[in-house]
Write a protein that binds this ligand. Structure first.
Ligand code: KG4
Ligand code: ZN
Length: 353
């Protein structure tokens, strides 16, 4: 199989990557639209779609040139087909289909969640490669779930959030602390100088059964604490202590939920040896440290891909397509992008192309 071009436009990153069939990255590019959305305090779908449209063609041209490839040499072209914002999904999907039609290469509509899920199988991340099955914790701005990854197209959601995604909680608290958007990375920097034990914020669902998540109670408690200090900027140390205490509560909850998820996974698949954490929040060092304790206690290895592979990127899209193409799972050109596309509906979606 020739190299595969992957395209990611499901949210606010425009990304393209070319990987050879073994998974080596030949060239990649990621352009964040953070600056475009920051004034609005969140992603504006229409702005996102227009920005993807404006930059994608030239980005793909440059990535292909750096990879030293012509389109006709590709073994496949893939784009995130969902879940995500429909405008961006249409831009990426139509672009990929255009290349597929013009050059006669197979097209793959990649499920963005599966792309995060399969990232751990990229060569070089786990010694000897991450074999199925493993437990995935997907912790991003839009998603917060525990998934049993049992094979390509075979994923079982064990638990998920009942309200906000964990990244969303970071973003909302970041906003209340005046940190701009997205709040996660800035909140982590602020928390570095804070006292995590100063505020005993609630730990929703801690020590409860199952591996669902909830962040609304924690968020409200933090918001009330901030409001108690009146309008205007908080004193720097107070803000840092709130940030650190919030981050500590989140990390504890995530570790607790991950431990339960691992026990559930073991009941399904006793030979599970791996806990993989993905999504933007996996870049958080406190979260990673808490999860690594959980993994150690459960006697499994923790794999947290490097941050650039945890946040949205096209390497994971191309890689998921390579895994699918190896199994003969190309998609039809009449695939319609899906704003909602749960992992449970995946196997049936991969038809012969
Ligand atoms: O996976 P991602 O890039 O995009 C999707 O949501 O799909 O995740 C972005 C989310 C944002 O909510 C951002 O605030 C959060 O991940 N995030 C972090 C950190 N870096 C990114 N949250 C906490 N600590 C971080 N260092
Ligand atoms: Zn994502």
């Amino acid at each position: 199989m020739g190299p595969v071009l992957g395209i990611e436009t499901s949210c606010d990153e425009t990304a393209s990557a070319v990987l050879d069939a073994s998974g080596q990255v030949l060239a990649e590019a990621v352009l964040s639209q953070e600056a475009e959305h920051a004034p609005y305090g969140g992603v504006v779908p229409e702005i996102a779609a227009r920005a993807h449209l404006a930059v994608l063609p030239e980005q793909v041209r440059r990535v292909m040139a750096r990879a030293g490839m012509g389109f006709a040499e590709l073994g496949g072209v893939a784009a995130s087909g969902g879940p995500g914002l429909i405008g961006g999904l249409i831009v990426g999907s139509q672009f990929a289909k255009g290349i597929a039609i013009a050059h006669g290469v197979p097209y793959v509509a990649v499920n963005h969640l599966e792309a995060h899920a399969l990232t751990a199988r990229l060569p070089g991340l786990v010694p000897g490669g991450a074999d199925f099955p493993y437990l995935l914790l997907l912790l991003s701005g839009g998603h917060c779930q525990c998934v049993a990854v049992e094979g390509v197209g075979r994923h079982v959601r064990l638990g998920s959030t009942m309200d906000d995604a964990v990244g969303e909680a970071f973003d909302k608290i970041g906003k209340l602390l005046g940190l701009g958007w997205p709040g996660g990375p800035a909140l982590e920097r602020l928390a570095a100088g804070g006292d995590a034990r100063r505020f005993a914020f609630p730990r929703p669902l801690l020590r409860r059964e199952g591996c669902d998540f909830s962040f609304s109670g924690l968020k409200t408690a933090v918001a009330q604490e901030i409001a108690r200090h009146g309008a205007g900027a908080l004193p720097a140390q107070l803000a840092a202590d709130i940030a650190a205490s919030f981050q500590c509560a989140v990390a504890e909850v995530l570790a607790d939920r991950a431990a339960n998820a691992m026990a559930m996974m073991r009941r399904r698949m006793p030979d599970t040896r791996l806990l993989v954490v993905a999504g933007g929040v996996a870049a958080n060092a406190t979260v990673r440290a808490a999860l690594s304790e959980t993994a150690e206690a459960a006697d499994v290895a923790l794999v947290a891909p490097p941050p650039r592979l945890c946040t949205d990127n096209a390497v994971m899209v191309a890689w998921a397509a390579i895994e699918r193409l190896r199994l003969g799972l190309a998609d039809r050109l009449d695939f319609s992008p899906r704003p909602r596309w749960p992992l449970s509906e995946l196997a049936a979606s991969a038809g012969a192309g």
